[in-house]
Write a protein that binds this ligand. Sequence first.
Ligand code: CA
Length: 148
Amino acid sequence: MALVDTFLTESDETAIIQAISTAEKLTSGEIRVHIEAGGDYENIVERAAEVFRLLKMDRTRLRNGVLIYIDMSHHRFAIYGDQGINEAVPDDFWSVVRDHIESHFKTGHFKDGLIAGITEAGQALKTYFPADDGDNPDELPNEISKGQ
Ligand code: CA
């Protein structure tokens, strides 16, 4: 089994995808989770930004995608929001969400940490980018993406 498949169980993944779907019903924003084995990237936020672009998350209509990026080998993660949502939230917003995720991760509760992060990001997206009932396409897949 590849390393990236050991981070979450299948039922964890199902619960996380469900959390993304639930959050996205209330907002035009898009949330994704990407897990990779990791590399010797100096700056994890820059790597998260790169993955964000590789996943074409910078192409949403309102630039309101949010990525939770996980580097398994180095036990680190980042949360990265596109410019639309970044301009809307308070300056410390992502670091607060990050701390909440980390508090779960520290005790090995990866599913709970991800769901907490998805839920908090979803609430901010709902506030600043509420869903338009008639026009809320799922612009990006909710499935967890994985890299080497
Ligand atoms: Ca989606």
